[in-house]
Design a protein around this ligand. Structure first.
Ligand code: ADP
Ligand code: 5GP
Length: 204
């Protein structure tokens, strides 16, 4: 078998409503070689969300079975629902040399860092509390109590930003996207990461 250079893992976390999904979609369209890690969740689909595209939507029983069978690389209970990343999906992709983008919460990001210290962790924050509230309400996919719950959780989540490698402030969508693109390009050009490729090109 050909010796593949493993792919990179990019983790994006943000308080709900910050614009992470919007930015993730834009980023994926800019980098066709980037693979989105489709999580499993017990949350019901939002309008427009598709099973097997945005998430794998499963029952609590199914999810708990996956945990007990060791199929989750990481998982967390977020806002009352389970969310988790399949171990098989991630390992298969990076072993095949593919780059992966994970959109997961802070607890999940910590678990990924423990298992893959080389993962690049990016935290996105809103420009203000007021703007975060506005965006959550504008999205209009969650009930008012749910919006309140997500705003309260955001106070704790933002404290974790310091554990990440990069912090992007999503005030202007365009500026935030430029920064994310910059982080990905700089990571790919990092000398230590690129060396195996150089070595292959010139010394094999
Ligand atoms: P998340 O995935 O972080 O929960 P979304 O991507 O669903 O957030 O975005 C929440 C809402 O905020 C959406 O209505 C989206 O269109 C809007 N939004 C995202 N980024 C910006 C921005 N920079 N300026 C204004 N609105 C934004
Ligand atoms: P939402 O319900 O808004 O799609 O997601 C709620 C939260 O769950 C977000 O912070 C999102 O990043 C997180 N999340 C989505 N998938 C996963 C996952 O596989 N693992 C973990 N730990 N969090 C996830």
């Amino acid at each position: 078998m050909k010796n593949k250079i493993p792919g990179d893992i990019f983790v994006i976390s943000a308080p709900s409503g910050t614009g992470k999904t919007t930015l993730t979609h834009l980023l994926l369209s800019c980098f066709p070689s980037l693979n989105f890690s489709i999580s499993y969740t017990t949350r019901p689909p939002r309008p427009g969300e598709k099973d097997g595209v945005d998430y794998f939507f499963v029952s609590r029983r199914h999810f708990e079975q996956m945990i007990s069978q060791g199929e989750m690389l990481e998982w967390a209970e977020v806002y009352g629902n389970y969310y988790g990343t399949s171990v098989r999906f991630l390992r298969e992709k990076i072993n095949a040399g593919k780059d992966i983008l994970l959109d997961i919460d802070v607890q999940g990001a910590r678990q990924v860092r423990r298992l893959f210290p080389q993962a690049v962790l990016i935290f996105i924050i809103p420009p203000s509390w007021e703007e975060l509230e506005k965006r959550l309400k504008k999205r209009a996919t969650d009930a008012p109590e749910e919006v309140k719950r997500r705003l309260t959780a955001a106070r704790e989540e933002i404290k974790a930003a310091r554990e990440f490698d990069y912090i992007v402030i999503n005030e202007s969508l365009d500026q935030a996207l430029q920064e994310l693109k910059g982080i990905i390009l700089a990571t790919k050009a990092n000398a230590k990461r690129r060396w195996p490729q150089v070595s292959k090109l010139f010394y094999e």
